[in-house]
Design a protein around this ligand. Structure first.
Ligand code: C2O
Ligand code: CU
Length: 471
């Protein structure tokens, strides 16, 4: 039995960030070239099997298909999946690996696969503006790219994404760096929500309600790794240290999470590890965002990741509740000498002078057909690229939210800094009525989508491209 709440739109109850804690102090990297093997991952149902004997090539089969899924609430619903599991299997690789994905589409809609966050060629990025979508009922495509950066990324369709992601087409990408410390365990935790129509107990129809058009689709059920109430997911011993890789794959809801029973610090963002890990009480993940955290187990027998959401109670009042999202039971002998986590020192990036400044303003207008149109700089569904830059440029972009709720802005194929925060990102939240300044490192040439990651907003116009001309 799960307690039923009506989940209301989430407010941001705590800022992200916090005070920088001490960074890694440059531990010596292990010399064991030969001995390295990818750490086992706990969490997602499976890892894509590498069919290629070359240790630097990862060759996998990925199939989007119709699948009957049980989200753990006792109902089997017709949904979609990659390779029959939800969330899809993890694409696991090492930085620098060549990836070959033999993709097949057995769903009823055309689709593409976008490798969110990876700085690869635009020809392989899954943009339907570049790639002819892979046709329904048997179309195939081979994605080939080399992974340039370690970190936690994800993959998903870029055709009707508001429907295809909600129905189950979501997977994670874990890119290891063998210089990283070895943990007692690594966990992948995909936070999501889903909208179930109480009348039918099936996934609700798309773009039907006013709130969905305006706020994006907020689910009435929270999911972790594809399950409504995952319960206790694992065991650990006092003194162990783990790396948790968090992703928010919802359509619209920003996840606000905290951890009880253990201490943690943030060691990675969208673009891989941080030079200076930081501590915080609450972590806010807009859709598309990833954080890697280092979790230190202590005496508590239960460690719980909690999602803070606003909900209507039976009396109709809006209250903040903490929903258990992921639990690990802790027991047994304490580790006699807990491992010391030493992150090798990361060199400071070369300082980059801003060469150009641009603005993107987000707003909405009424639309006779769809009800609402979401726009960037006054245009919905840009057909021409909004800006053209040159490879190597550093561009300050001011993102202004002139209308509506928050907009998690995502730029394909590049990383950016967010003013006032450590680390690099590919997604940033722009709150209602606010402006956020980012500094984009435009090092990857190509034509790149830039859009709101509230998938309903993107489908209803909040989508453009930028061009980065090769130098
Ligand atoms: Cu995660 Cu354009 O997407
Ligand atoms: Cu938006």
């Amino acid at each position: 039995m799960t307690t039923r709440y009506t989940l209301a739109l989430l407010l941001f109850l705590a800022g992200c960030g916090g005070s920088p804690a001490g960074g890694g102090d440059g531990g010596a990297a292990d010399a064991g070239e030969v001995a390295w093997s990818a750490p086992p991952l706990i969490g997602p149902p499976s890892v894509l099997e590498d069919m290629n004997p070359d240790p630097h090539v990862v060759e996998v089969y990925l199939r989007a298909e119709l699948t009957d899924l049980d989200l753990g609430d006792g109902t089997v619903r017709p949904m979609l999946s990659y390779n029959g599991v939800y969330p899809g299997p993890v694409l696991q690789a090492e930085v620098g690996d060549e990836i070959i994905v033999h993709f097949e589409n057995q769903t009823l809609q055309d689709t593409t696969v976008h490798w969110h966050g990876l700085r690869i060629s635009d020809q392989m990025d899954g943009s339907p503006r570049i790639q002819e979508p892979v046709s329904a009922l048997g179309g195939t495509f081979t994605y080939r790219f080399t992974i340039p950066d370690a970190g936690t990324y994800w993959y998903h369709p870029h055709v009707r994404p508001n429907e295809q992601l909600e129905l189950g087409l979501v997977g994670t990408i874990v890119v290891h760096d063998r210089a990283d410390p070895v943990f007692d365990a690594e966990r992948v935790i995909v936070l999501d929500d889903i909208l179930i129509d109480p009348a039918t107990d099936q996934i609700a129809g798309f773009l039907r309600s006013h709130p969905e058009l305006v706020h994006g689709r907020s689910g009435n059920v929270l999911l972790t790794n594809g399950l409504v109430s995952p319960g206790v997911v694992g065991e650990a011993r006092p003194g162990q240290v783990e790396r948790w890789r968090l992703l928010n794959s919802a359509n619209a809801r920003t996840m606000s999470v905290s951890l009880t029973g253990a201490t943690f610090r943030v060691v990675g963002t969208d673009a891989g590890r941080l030079r200076e890990p930081f501590e915080t009480d609450r972590l806010e993940l807009p859709v598309g965002q990833r954080y890697d955290i280092e979790v230190h187990y202590g005496d508590s027998s239960l460690v719980r990741l909690e999602s803070h959401v606003l909900a209507l109670n039976d009396a109709g009042d809006v209250v903040e509740i903490a929903m258990p999202a992921y639990e690990v039971s802790v027991g047994g002998e304490a580790i006699a000498s807990p491992r010391e986590i030493r992150w090798p020192e990361l060199p400071a990036p070369a300082p980059r002078a801003v060469d150009q400044e641009v603005e993107m303003a987000f707003d909405a207008v009424d639309d006779p057909e769809m009800g609402i149109m979401w726009r960037i700089n006054g245009v919905a569904h840009h057909e021409e690229p909004l800006f053209t830059f040159t490879q190597g440029q550093t561009v300050r972009m001011t993102l202004r939210n002139l209308a509506g709720p928050y907009h998690p802005f995502h730029l394909h194929g590049q990383f950016f800094e967010v003013e006032g925060r450590p680390g690099l990102y590919d997604t940033v939240l722009v709150d209602g009525g606010e402006a956020v300044t980012i500094v984009a490192w435009l090092d990857n040439p190509g034509r790149w989508m830039a859009h709101c990651h509230i998938l309903e907003h993107a489908e209803l116009g909040m989508m453009t491209e930028i061009v980065v001309d090769p130098r």
